[in-house]
Design a protein around this ligand. Structure first.
Ligand code: PMV
Length: 353
């Protein structure tokens, strides 16, 4: 379906209507941003406690091209958007296809802050399924905003990029800590604290991580709301759980620095118990987590909002193969990812598609 609406801010300059787009500016850029995996501290981070997140080596690539049309055109086949057109300043609302909402909102926010001075076509291509919970919406938001800043030669710092990306995510889904945006922007492995944001890079090279996908797509926003409801009823208890999670994240941070896999595994198991007490565990996750532990994993827990998506386990050689087989036998799909991938970047050598 094609939807046309007028560009905010009136007609394009005459030169642009004729297809001229300015000699100094490039006409197209390709930018990629990584997906992420939460290692420790999910849910607590929504309540200003710290978490540890790592960027994964599976990326979303966006191709952004300046056009003379005055419209925003989106092609995002990975999320079922084949041909969508809207005005540059359009608001992402319930009439916007789900897979296009973050892009529409990102373009609107960039336009309001810096001005989008032409039409743009945005194409996206993902190396991972949006079902995995790797943060495809956040990665695409960061990549689109970065690409627009490159295309229109607006210098923005990572902190500004975070601010604009976070505004975009809140516009679309109202909840979220922004930890996934931080992973997409800075990359690597980070201890993330919401205020600021405060970013603390960590080196986890060689961490024997295993990732298993349950096959069930989790709805992050409704799980965050469920925890908020629990907190309304049991504020004292849930806040104490978040405080324990905060202590746990600090200890996990020290264990990561010391490369102490035994402690990390034990802390994963405690973190899993705390998440279970918040009501976000599921049978599918438990099956994979217990299978991994019984096969000898040092520790295992859910990763992200819970309810489905992925679990993670730690297992050095020689038990690694047994743990992987156990996860598969319990119905999980192994996702071979490498942690600590680079953050958002231009991919000048990527061909447009
Ligand atoms: O479902 P994911 O992988 O996007 O992780 C959500 C993590 C939460 O802490 C539950 C929410 C958030 O925005 O921090």
């Amino acid at each position: 379906m094609l939807i046309h609406s007028r560009i905010d801010g009136g007609p394009l300059p005459e030169a642009m209507q004729n297809g001229w787009t300015g000699a100094a500016l490039e006409n197209r850029v390709v930018v990629s941003a990584p997906g992420k995996l939460m290692l420790f501290g999910e849910h607590g981070v929504v309540y200003q406690r710290p978490c540890i997140v790592t960027a994964v080596d599976q990326r979303i690539r966006v191709y952004v091209e300046r056009t003379g049309t005055g419209f925003l055109r989106i092609e995002a086949p990975n999320v079922g958007v084949n041909e969508y057109e809207a005005g540059i300043g359009s608001v992402a609302d319930s009439g916007t296809p789900k897979g296009a909402r973050f892009i529409v909102a990102a373009v609107r926010n960039f336009d309001r802050r810096y001005g989008v001075r032409s039409g743009v076509t945005i194409r996206t291509k993902s190396e991972f399924s949006s079902e995995f919970g790797f943060g495809s919406s956040s990665a695409v938001t960061v990549a689109v905003l970065k690409a627009l800043s490159e295309l229109f030669e607006v210098r923005i710092s990572n902190d500004e990029l975070f601010g604009l990306s976070y505004r975009t995510v809140l516009d679309v889904q109202a909840v979220g800590s922004g930890f996934d945006l931080a992973a997409a922007i800075w990359g690597g492995t980070l201890c993330f604290r919401s205020a600021g944001p405060k970013i603390d890079p960590l080196d986890i090279e060689g961490l024997p991580l295993i990732v298993g996908y349950t096959g069930v797509k989790a709805d992050t926003a409704s799980l965050v709301r469920a925890v908020a409801d629990l907190r309304t009823r049991y504020k004292n208890l849930t806040d104490r759980i978040f405080d324990i999670m905060a202590d746990l994240v600090e200890q996990a941070r020290e264990a990561l620095v010391a490369r102490d896999v035994d402690s990390l595994g034990a802390l994963m198991n405690i973190n899993q118990g705390l998440l279970d007490s918040l009501g976000v565990n599921s049978l599918e996750l438990s099956r994979l987590i217990y299978a991994a532990r019984e096969a000898g994993a040092t520790g295992a827990k859910l990763s992200g909002a819970g309810g489905g998506d992925c679990m993670i386990a730690l297992s050095p050689e020689p038990r690694r193969q047994f743990v992987e087989e156990a996860i598969e036998s319990a119905g999980g799909k192994l996702l071979g990812i490498r942690a600590g991938a680079p953050g958002v970047q231009r991919d000048p050598d990527s061909e447009p598609w």
